[in-house]
Design a protein around this ligand. Sequence first.
Ligand code: HEC
Length: 144
Amino acid sequence: MAWLTALAATAAVLTMTGPFGAAVPVEAAAGLGTAQDEQEAAEPQANPIEMSEDSVRAGRRVFGRFCRSCHGMRADGQGMTAPSGSRPANLVDDQWDHGSTDGEIFTVIREGVPPAYDMDAWEGRITDDDIWNIINFLRDLAAN
Ligand code: HEC
């Protein structure tokens, strides 16, 4: 998880600047956090990639390549080649079975939906940035 490494690196930098003030090491410690904090931090809630034409276009490209077969290019769940018996979700309605925040949708795309995993885990095949781009694409599609 690149972002986690980045977080750890940030904390390390903060710790090194410790001699300049007592408050800094305390902040660094807070940054590393308890197990519970890490649990929360493991599910980033905000989309770090701003909504933009470029992001939507990038999201559309990746979606067309990996997601269209099941969810359909309009993301309405009407893909032509979904495995028989599976029910790909409509991704442009208001119903989110696994959470509606950007962070929750990100987690679903990255980790898939157990136990059947008809909705696969895409971690390692799609970059985190492109998952966020897909979410921007879906938000844009739903709004238009
Ligand atoms: C092989 C078919 C298939 C492919 C390919 C696929 N999905 Fe899915 N997806 C599903 C199915 C089936 C579900 C419903 C899972 C469930 O709730 O049991 C689902 C659910 C989801 C959900 C959760 C919707 C909700 O209501 O919470 C999201 C988000 C999603 N897919 C996004 C994607 C994205 C993005 C891609 C491409 C990277 C993708 N899917 C590729 C089959 C697929």
